[in-house]
Design a protein around this ligand. Structure first.
Ligand SMILES: NC(=O)c1ccc[n+]([C@@H]2O[C@H](COP(=O)([O-])OP(=O)(O)OC[C@H]3O[C@@H](n4cnc5c(N)ncnc54)[C@H](OP(=O)(O)O)[C@@H]3O)[C@@H](O)[C@H]2O)c1
Length: 250
């Protein structure tokens, strides 16, 4: 196993579907204990039961009390977590002139503020748990190639991911002496619930046809990098950004 997570607990925020559910499976397959958090806790429970030695927790990343309660539950079961994946995200899909204010706030509140609430809760607990001594605290921020590319829709989504990318430079600086590594993974387009409606339509199909390899990225393509970023192999890597996108952004 190149990037073993044996003996480690990893909290995956946004594990009820898509990429996050895949991450929870990958953590488990690498020997780690996965904590699966999302609002649709029933889905997390089903996956946790399937995996075994995993925990499902109700989580709304936009609500600090919910974030704290989810980490409390994780700690009660497995002790202080070793890593967190800030993966919860939403989009609006629309053009800036059309998206209602509520949609803009939801995107920013989930993708940027929500990631901050989750990352700092993990940071607090890792520091209190002696991360400086153990040097194995890991925070992985799930960004997007939209952070550095302009497009014709979902401007707030792209801006939230650009903000997240900078959080991925600020937090590692803050925690560099505390034994916590913070890195950002920016995937390309993958078919999940977040974009299912878009890619089912003619304009979404045209987008796929316009990609250099005429295909979407597979979620599995992210697994080796995710495991690397959570593992011992990543001990001397922090504040870095990694793109995995099948060349979509070239
Ligand atoms: N698919 C792509 O093309 C792509 C590309 C680059 C980056 N990403 C990023 O990858 C991440 C996962 O997205 P996905 O594609 O897998 O879409 P998805 O299937 O819709 O998954 C989104 C996840 O976020 C969770 N979530 C949303 N709001 C939440 C909240 N307030 N509190 C807790 N959890 C919340 C959802 O759970 P609940 O609804 O149950 O709470 C779900 O588990 C997102 O950050 C997305 O921006 C996706």
């Amino acid at each position: 196993m190149p990037f073993s997570l044996t003996g480690r607990t990893v909290f995956v925020a946004g594990a009820s579907s898509g990429i996050g559910a895949g991450f929870a499976r990958a953590v488990h397959a690498a020997g780690g204990r996965a904590v699966l958090g999302a609002r649709r806790v029933d889905r997390c429970q089903a996956l946790a039961a399937e995996l075994g030695d995993a925990l499902a927790v109700e989580l709304d990343v936009t609500d600090e009390a919910s974030v704290r309660a989810a980490f409390d539950a994780a700690e009660a079961r497995f002790g202080v977590i070793d890593g967190v994946v800030c993966n919860a995200g939403v989009g609006t899909g629309g053009r800036s002139t059309e998206v209602p204010e509520e949609g803009l706030r939801r995107v920013l509140g989930t993708n940027l503020l929500g990631a901050m609430l989750v990352a700092r809760e993990a940071g607090r607990r890792l520091i209190a748990g002696g991360s400086r001594a153990h040097q194995r605290g890991r925070v992985v921020l799930i960004g997007s190639i939209t952070a550095r590319q302009s497009g014709t829709g979902d401007a707030m989504y792209a801006a939230s991911k650009a903000g997240l990318a900078h959080l991925g430079r600020q937090l590692p600086r803050e925690w560099v002496r505390q034994g916590i590594n913070v890195n950002t993974l920016q995937p390309g387009w993958i078919a999940t619930e977040i974009n299912a409606d878009w890619f089912a339509g003619a304009r979404g199909q045209a987008d796929i046809a316009g990609l250099h390899r005429r295909r979407l990225l597979s979620a599995e393509a992210l697994t080796p990098m995710l495991l690397y970023l959570l593992s011992d192999a990543c001990a001397q890597v922090t504040g870095a950004t990694f793109t995995i996108d099948d060349g979509q952004s070239l």
